[in-house]
Write a protein that binds this ligand. Structure first.
Ligand code: ADP
Ligand code: ZN
Ligand code: ZN
Length: 723
């Protein structure tokens, strides 16, 4: 018997797709990209059609049948389906889960894809014009409506849903107008470009078809202005633009900047928005109503009617890499998407990732640089502050504190940067040496003095902070090391006349808190800021004159091979906050290692010099970008199982590992976390293709290993961290 069958991607963690029987009433109607409701085991799931249906043989009893067709037209455009399949292959993640990750919640659950009504524009049809001429004089409301539309099309949202409108729709007097993609205009007059910006724009405009440009420029050099110009170029051609930002917190301000320039037609897309709002942005990108979308990582998978340009701002930021589940890099997917679409891509940063710099040097990317600040304020001076043998108070040296005083006296604002929350990373007994450790992790508990708790920053476990030593009972507990709370306390005690505020994720968890604190900074009310990397990025602080980095030492000995690259990026970004309008700023970096080559290089030559040095090191030892990595991780409550699984995985992969080095399975740096024991195996190759081949041959079979049963494992292609 001949049957109609359809291959469907289902959101389950399995490396395979499923065939379903197409019931007769749906014959000839299914197209790739449509959603279906499907029976799956005892549940019903929403799946996506991958291929046009085909004829099959067998009996109807061999297959489950499609329960419901959810879309009249493909919800996912062909381009996006192709991108999903590529990403699933490249990152070795089940395609059903990839597709599901691309859909906003309501659509993922099968709700109808109805475009926001506000975007619809209504006009008077030919029948409407005729009707208007014939309308009896007493139909005041009806006449008013039709006359209004006769004067010009109206947004749906501007019209009241009343009897007159309903009748006009029912009679066919009104027609739905497709938005005219070229009908837009600038909402503000752009500033005249500096000579350097003009040259850079010229270079950016050379891009034809697929073309990646690294736009490297210090903070305040006018990169965003150049994005705006390039976006205007593509809007002029009736196309859309996608702008990626690394963090939710930075999206609203970037979107606002776009709105000032381009008016409405700018949509945001990030996880801080409600699901319904996200779905609207998704649909508006798809219909073309959103000309510009500003979003975080997952926006790289938005459907677009006519995408003409992608901009990745702060492209070096590791937030672009998803660290669990579907572990993709939005920057890298953006490059691939631009390539598939044949459109230009701009990667912007003051501190490009070494991978990106490497591509620029190899000639794969254009490299455009902005060396001056638009504001003509000199870039801040960065100085190392040798704290050896200095009497530190809560981690702060007398020289740093004196400099803070000077800047406060001169009316400046001061930011102290420390990338650790809480009061102190350890609480220790001075009598017996007890220190608070997490029961579930190989880690110390961080003292949060405000909340009087000891909290594990790795698994979230917490307990009340003891007042006496739990081991010897003495009242000799001492906080060791510093976090944001401690620096805040120290500053408040030392400078009680000046308002001091802390910026970290603990403090900013409350909605609206960031906005109100930022307002306090801009008004000049807040004079002292203590913050983590939340403050290092994007935000503009015109009054900031001094930045103090409490310690750079930890990064110098960081276990990850990228630790120094990150340190250089972070220091440069934090420093970039200083002296944006008031005059040159000052940056002091406390260290016990003032002679460390990474620090002296960074201070003398800035990030470009550090990057140069690090690239040489990476090349010498064959690390990325001179090789390619994938990390196989496993974890289990039973400490022996992860290593056993990885040994079996290694044996399975080894025969396929041509030109690929497989490490031995080793315990993770922090072996126990959240009660799980963790281990990992590194795959490394000079050839991306060879690495992909090994992964393709092996990864989908790992679940078949008997050792896989009691572990959770994951594969991370191009990992951002190696632990
Ligand atoms: P970046 O993105 O490199 O940090 P921005 O584009 O945000 O730099 O520019 C920094 C500041 O200078 C912003 O306030 C911006 O409005 C302003 N600016 C940028 N280009 C110009 C220009 N050509 N003329 C005047 N102001 C400009
Ligand atoms: Zn003790
Ligand atoms: Zn823990």
């Amino acid at each position: 018997m001949n049957l109609e069958l359809v291959t469907v991607a289902v959101p389950v963690p399995l490396y395979r797709n499923f065939d379903y029987l197409v019931p007769e009433n749906l014959h000839g109607r299914l197209q790739p990209g449509m959603r279906l409701r499907l029976p799956f085991g005892r549940r019903q799931l929403v799946g996506v059609v991958l291929e046009p249906p085909r004829e099959g043989t067998g009996s109807t009893g061999d297959y489950k049948s499609v329960a419901e067709l959810l879309d009249d037209a493909p919800l996912l455009p062909r381009e996006l389906l192709g991108l999903a399949r590529w990403a699933a292959d490249y990152y070795r993640h089940p395609v059903g889960e990839v597709l599901s990750a691309m859909l906003p919640g309501p659509l993922r659950r099968g709700q109808p894809a109805t475009e926001p009504e506000g975007d619809q524009r209504l006009g008077l049809s030919a029948a409407g014009h005729e009707a208007l001429a014939r309308l009896p004089a007493r139909s005041h409301a009806q006449r008013a409506l039709l006359e209004r539309l006769a004067a010009g099309p109206q947004p749906r949202g501007a019209l009241k849903t009343d009897a007159a409108l309903k009748k006009a729709l029912a009679e066919g007097w009104i027609e739905l107008l497709t938005p005219d993609p070229t009908a837009w205009s600038l909402a503000e007059t752009p500033p005249a470009l500096s000579a350097e910006q003009t040259a850079a724009l010229e270079a950016l405009r050379q891009a034809q078809g697929f073309d990646v440009t690294l736009l490297q420029g210090v903070t305040g050099s006018g990169k965003t202005e150049l994005y705006l110009r390039r976006i205007a170029d593509v809007l002029e051609q009736g196309q859309q633009a996608l702008v990626l930002a690394p963090e939710i917190g930075l999206t609203p301000q970037l979107a606002e900047r776009m709105r000032q320039r381009f008016g409405d037609g700018v949509a945001a897309f990030h996880s801080g928005m409600g699901e319904a709002a996200r779905a609207q942005s998704w649909l508006r990108a798809r219909s073309g109503a959103a000309r510009v979308v500003v979003g975080t990582r997952s926006a790289v998978f938005l459907p677009f009617a006519r995408l003409g340009l992608i901009v990745v701002d702060e492209e070096h930021d590791t937030s672009y890499k998803q660290q669990d589940g579907f572990r993709y890099s939005a920057r890298d997917v953006a490059v691939l998407r631009a390539q598939r679409l044949g459109i230009p891509l701009v990667l912007g940063s003051a501190t490009p990732a070494l991978e990106t710099l490497h591509n620029a040097r190899a000639g794969r990317y254009r490299h455009v640089e902005l060396r001056q600040r638009v504001t003509e304020v000199a870039p801040p001076r960065v100085q190392a502050l040798d704290v050896r043998r200095e009497p530190l108070q809560h981690g702060l040296s007398p020289r740093l504190l004196d400099t803070v005083q000077q800047h406060l006296d001169a009316g400046g604002q001061v930011l102290l940067f420390i990338n650790r929350r809480g009061y102190a990373p350890m609480l220790m007994c001075h009598d017996c040496g007890w220190s608070g450790a997490c029961t579930f992790c190989d880690a110390r508990l961080t003292l949060h003095r405000g909340r009087r708790r000891l909290i594990c920053h790795h698994c979230g476990t917490q307990q009340p902070a003891p007042s006496a030593c739990p081991s010897c009972g003495q009242k000799s507990l001492q906080p060791v090391g510093e976090g944001t709370e401690r620096i805040e306390d120290a500053l408040r005690n030392r400078f009680p006349m000046h308002r001091c505020e802390r910026f970290d994720s603990d403090r900013l968890a409350k909605k609206g808190e960031l906005e109100s604190l930022l307002a306090g900074i801009h008004s000049g009310d807040i004079r002292l800021l203590v913050g983590t990397q939340i403050l290092a990025k994007g935000h503009d602080f015109p009054g900031l004159s001094l930045v103090g980095i409490v310690s750079a030492d930890q990064a110098l000995y960081g276990a990850d091979f990228r630790a120094i690259e990150r340190m250089g990026q972070l220091v440069t970004q934090v420093a970039g906050r200083a002296g944006r309008s008031g005059g040159a700023g000052e940056v002091l970096l406390q260290t016990h290692e003032p002679q460390h080559l990474a620090l002296t290089t960074l201070i003398a030559g800035g990030y470009p010099a550090l990057a140069e040095m690090l690239l040489k090191e990476r090349e010498a030892v064959g690390l990325p970008p001179y090789s390619h990595l994938a990390l196989l991780r496993a974890e289990s409550l039973d400490a022996a199982l992860p290593l056993r699984f990885l040994a079996a995985a290694r044996a399975l992969l080894a025969p396929h590992a041509a030109e690929v080095m497989l490490s031995d399975p080793v315990p993770a740096l922090m072996e126990r976390r959240g009660g799980y024991s963790r281990a990992q195996l590194l795959l490394q190759s000079n050839s991306r293709a060879a690495l992909q081949k090994t992964l393709a041959a092996g990864v989908t079979r790992l679940d078949g290993l008997p050792e896989a049963r009691k572990v959770r494992w994951s594969i991370d292609v191009d990992p951002a961290d190696l632990f």
